[in-house]
Design a protein around this ligand. Structure first.
Ligand code: ADP
Length: 472
């Protein structure tokens, strides 16, 4: 596989290429173009040229293109999922789940674009009228990470295109092939040239070029907090609107009133999705002291069933991590926990000889001073700490610069709602380990980001409010 850039519905070659590796085998599976400033500018030229016509279409017309795109992706979902497993590592069944989740943003926004309603407001004088309209913000830039190569793309392009924006985008150079196939299908769906443009290459140069370009009116980024903060600074000079989906450090609270097996199932689903490499994965687990022993036993029993292996093998539950640095980070967190008295119940081995594999690890007596209780591990490490009072666990859960997702398991309705309402997190899974869906708002508080993706909130990010004052 060798991919050029995708600008104006055409392939644009570059002199040199970047190699892409399969993290399960360390084999090079192909190359992608190495674009820079010039290519980044060409992509904006194309998006800016396509904007007037795309913006002028009716929402129903744009929705029909999105729906056609959705159908083409659906027809090819297995092939796209295979590509994803090959370049990203997640088990095929999970990759297929991601393609469907990704695609749901296209069909959902194909409809939602028709409901970007304006308002009329009672005026202060009898001879005046106040109209409020929402209009597409213009050219948008989307920068996406490697952990969800399909979903992070459509979560941005679905609402952006539905609102009437045109887009330039850059997927991660670690996982570009899934994104390319999806964007190629946009062309097959008949989406006019210049509406979607995708480039790969020198991330810093591409980022700087787009951030400095006044034609780009909005940037939507999913990735690390470090890069998110950099983009926020760079956005200041041209006052761009920003959406940032950054890191998280999700607390997972299991109260004395929880259904233990339900909590274990939710934790397995949340913790091991994508091998622990999602920003909403449970990072630190707080279990009420009175149920620690049965909880750890039930959790360990489920963990032992998880098979680590190449995602193309049908019985693998956990694929490889994305690269060597990812394995090293998990190992560092395990060593740090052990140095601070952590008891690793099992699973500390890494096997990075043929691929970047890491066995899931369980630390049964975690304390808040351990690195894994403060920083994102982004791997299959589950540290379990205990608590005694509700007040204490809420305070510890909120003691973080992050505020993306949190989870609470309790069968006591008042307790569950009280804790959920006091958590400083954008998303709370209440007896639910997998809360992400296209129609709900996904996003974080504090340093986890700005803005929301999904639902009617997601499309608001791509419109400007215009107030028209009419004097009769
Ligand atoms: P991760 O740790 O998930 O790889 P990053 O923030 O490094 O998170 O990457 C997310 C996306 O941001 C990727 O597409 C990456 O290439 C891009 N990126 C990295 N550095 C920059 C930068 N300086 N400016 C713009 N984009 C960047």
């Amino acid at each position: 596989m060798n991919h050029a850039l995708f600008i104006n519905n055409e392939c644009v070659a570059t002199d040199d290429m970047i190699e892409v590796e399969n993290p399960a085998t360390k084999e090079v599976i192909g190359t992608v173009a190495n674009g820079g400033k010039q290519e980044a500018l060409a992509a904006v030229d194309a998006a800016a040229a396509a904007l007037p016509e795309w913006r002028a279409k009716t929402a129903a017309e744009r929705g029909a293109y999105l729906q056609k795109w959705y159908e083409l992706i659906q027809r090819e979902e297995e092939e796209i999922a295979k590509l994803m497993t090959l370049e990203q590592g997640k088990p095929f069944a999970e990759a297929l789940g991601e393609v469907r989740y990704a695609n749901s943003f296209l069909s959902w926004y194909a409809e939602e674009g028709k409901r970007v309603y304006g308002e009329t407001v009672p005026a202060a004088a009898t001879n005046k009228r106040i109209f409020v309209q929402k209009q597409a913000i213009g050219v948008i830039a989307a920068i996406t990470p490697w952990n969800f190569p399909a979903a992070m793309l459509t979560r941005k392009l679905g609402p952006a295109l539905a609102a009437g924006c045109t887009a330039v985008m850059k997927p991660s150079e670690l996982t570009p092939f899934t994104a390319y196939r999806i964007v190629e299908l946009a062309k097959v769906a008949g989406i006019p040239k210049g509406v979607v443009n995708m480039i790969t290459g020198d991330a810093q140069q591409i980022g700087e070029t787009w951030m400095a370009d006044e034609r780009v009116r909005k940037v939507s980024f999913t990735g690390s907090t470090r890069v998110g903060k950099l983009l926020m600074r760079q956005a200041a000079d041209t006052v761009k609107k920003l959406s940032l989906e950054l890191g998280g450090h999700a607390p997972f609270i299991v109260t004395a009133q929880a259904d233990i097996q339900k909590a274990v199932d939710g934790l397995i689903a949340s913790k091991y999705r994508n091998g622990g490499q999602t920003c909403v994965c449970a990072n630190r687990i707080y279990v009420h002291e009175s149920i620690k022993a049965p909880f750890v036993e039930a959790f360990a029993a489920e963990m032992k069933k998880l098979k680590v292996g190449n995602g193309m093998e049908p019985d693998s539950h956990i694929g490889p991590l994305i690269n060597e640095a990812a394995v090293a980070k998990v190992q560092k967190h395990i060593e740090d926990a052990q140095a601070k008295g952590g008891e690793v119940i099992f699973g500390q081995e890494a096997d990075a000889t043929n691929g970047y594999f890491q066995t899931p690890a369980l630390i049964a007596n975690a304390t808040d001073d351990m690195l894994c209780m403060k920083e994102e591990t982004f791997g299959p490490l589950a540290p379990i700490a205990t608590y005694t009072s509700t007040e204490d666990v809420i305070e510890r859960a909120n003691h973080s610069p992050y505020g993306l997702a949190a989870y609470v398991y309790s069968n006591d309705l008042s307790e569950a709602v009280t804790i959920a309402e006091r958590l400083e997190y954008g998303i709370v899974g209440l007896n639910d380990g997998l809360p992400s869906v296209a129609q709900a708002p996904f996003g974080g508080m504090k340093e986890s980001g700005l803005g929301r993706e999904g639902g009617h909130w997601g499309i608001e990010e791509y419109v400007e409010v215009k107030y028209i004052s009419l004097q009769l």
